[in-house]
Structure formats: C-alpha cells, structure tokens
Design a protein around this ligand. Sequence first.
Ligand code: GLN
Length: 198
Amino acid sequence: MVLVGVLALQGDFLEHLEILRELGVETKIVKKPEDLSTVNALIIPGGESTTIGSLLAIKGLGEHLAKHIENGLPVMGTCAGAILLARKVVDRVVGETNQYTLRVMNVGIVRNIFGRQRNSFITNVEVENVGVVRAAFIRAPGIVEAWAPARITGYVEHPAVGRVGAVAEQNNMLALTFHPEITGDKKIYQYFVSKIKR
Ligand code: GLN
C-alpha cells in the first residue's frame, strides 16, 4: 500500500486528501520535514505560491523536500504547486518575482498568464497517457518552456492567450497548471498513483 502525502501549509490540501481517500489511497498531512520520511509520494496543492513558498522556506521544509524530490520522490504539483516545482518563474504583469521555489523541474512558468481571478475558467485538457481531463484554471499559470528531461504533455487552448502548456512531466515529477480537485476528475490521480507503484 502506498502512502501519499499532501503538503498542507496553505491552499487546497483538504480536497486532494478527500479524492485520494475516495480512491482508497492512504494519505498523510505533511507540514514538517519529519512528515516526509514515511511518504511514498507527495501532492503540492494550488493556493498562493508566494505564501506556500515562504512557509516552505521558514519551516526548513523546502530544502528537505527538494532533496527528496531529487532523490526520486514522486511529486504532483497543481497550479501554485506547479509554480513551486519550476526552475524559472515570472509573473505576466510584474515579471521577476524572486519568490522561493523548489527549483527542481526543468520548466519555465508564467504566473497568472490568463489574467485575474475573473478570467478563471473550466475546460477539457487532453493529457498524454491520461486522456481528457476536466480542468479548472484559477488565476492559473502557463508552462511556456520545458527542457530535457522535462516535457510538456498537455496544452490548453485559450481564445486570447493561445496554446499554452498545462501539464509537464519530468521522471518522478508531474506539474499541472490547473486544479483537478475542483472538478473532481480522478484520472490524473489514478495516473499519478500508478506511477508511484511502478
Ligand atoms: N496565481 C497563483 C500563484 O501565482 C496560483 C493560483 C492557484 O493555485 N490557483 O500562486
């Protein structure tokens, strides 16, 4: 049986815990470095990446977590969670934010690429190896570049912004710019869990 941790510093962690439990997966709330020692995988939820990042830094959890991920801990970052995995982050309006991120995944991300809260939307995203996923984009970022071994594996078509990366994978890392826990589409969780067992 795998034990999947959910980072619970800020954001949508309860919804992820609920979906994992519905899938019959054992879960653990992760708040401190010690909590990471027993988990087989981790979800980093959406929320506010600057807040989650500051808390990761203050608690000394970020450095620890980055090492675990570099050593192969399977991780799925959703929305703010994807931002926290990225090596390069800029904001669409303010540019360089110099915020704390784990800098483990070879992707470049633009925060708030579709605009403000009122520009949030729900749409379908075709994801390689997963299928069509119902996805909620809430002040979502966009994956604008990925370099090996990372690859963009799903795109969103936006009427104003165009085609933007929405899903990327790099070995044990999976980044989604949307919230699967809001639409409750479980396919991406099943895929993530299947990767852990592999
Ligand atoms: N815009 C948020 C950020 O930059 C992410 C939004 C979200 O996670 N829904 O952190």
